[in-house]
Design a protein around this ligand. Structure first.
Ligand code: ATP
Ligand code: MG
Length: 153
C-alpha cells in the first residue's frame, strides 16, 4: 500500500524536517492504493524524492505531497518551495553523479545518485517522471505509474 509507504517515509524524515522547521503536507484520495511490486523499491522512490525536497529547502519551508489513484494510474507528486533547479540543469539531474552547482550541493552532502535510482525505479514500473522548477521558488517532481489490471480495483 503506497499510502502507508509514504506515511512511513514522512516519519523517517521527520527529524531532519523538524530541525529545519519544514512542514510536510500529505494528501491522498484513497486509504489504500495497492501496487504489486517489491515494498523496498517504492520506499526508495519516495525516500529519495523526499530527502531531496527537505535537503534543498530553506528553513521554514513547505513540502506538499499528493497521491491520487484514478482509473488506470497513480499520480504521485512532491512539491517544495526550496532553492530550485536552473533550467539548464533540469535535463541532467537524472544522470548518475550529476549535482547542480558543486558548491551549493557540497554543503548539503550526497553523491548524486538519488535521482538516477528514482528514474530507474520509475522505468521498472513502466512509469514516467518529470520535473518542473524555478530557481529560488519551487521544485516539483511528478511520477505517473500505470496500474496493472489486478491493481485497478
Ligand atoms: P544523493 O541523493 O545521492 O544523496 P544528491 O541529492 O546530490 O545526492 P540527486 O538526488 O540525484 O543527488 O539529485 C541531483 C541534483 O539535483 C542534486 O545535487 C541537486 O542539485 C538537484 N536537486 C534534486 N532535487 C532537488 C530539489 N528538490 N530542489 C533543488 N534541487 C534539487
Ligand atoms: Mg538526493
Amino acid at each position: 500500500n503506497i499510502v502507508d509507504i509514504v506515511k512511513n517515509t514522512i516519519n523517517l524524515m521527520d527529524n531532519m524536517a523538524k530541525s529545519k522547521d519544514i512542514s510536510i503536507d500529505f494528501n491522498y484520495n484513497k486509504e489504500e492504493i495497492l501496487i504489486n511490486c517489491q515494498h523496498d523499491i517504492l520506499t526508495q522512490l519516495v525516500l529519495n524524492l523526499l530527502d531531496n525536497a527537505v535537503k534543498y529547502s530553506n528553513q521554514g519551508g513547505q513540502i506538499k505531497i499528493n497521491l491520487l489513484k484514478s482509473a488506470g494510474k497513480i499520480l504521485f507528486s512532491i512539491h517544495d518551495d526550496g532553492i530550485g533547479i536552473p533550467q539548464e540543469d533540469i535535463s541532467r539531474v537524472f544522470e548518475r553523479f550529476y549535482r547542480v552547482d558543486k558548491a551549493r550541493s557540497q554543503k548539503a552532502g550526497g553523491t548524486g545518485l538519488g535521482l538516477a535510482i528514482v528514474k530507474h525505479i520509475v522505468i521498472s514500473l513502466s512509469g514516467k517522471i518529470k520535473v518542473n522548477s524555478e530557481v529560488g521558488k519551487y521544485t516539483e517532481f511528478i511520477v505517473e505509474i500505470p496500474l496493472s489490471d489486478q491493481d485497478k480495483d
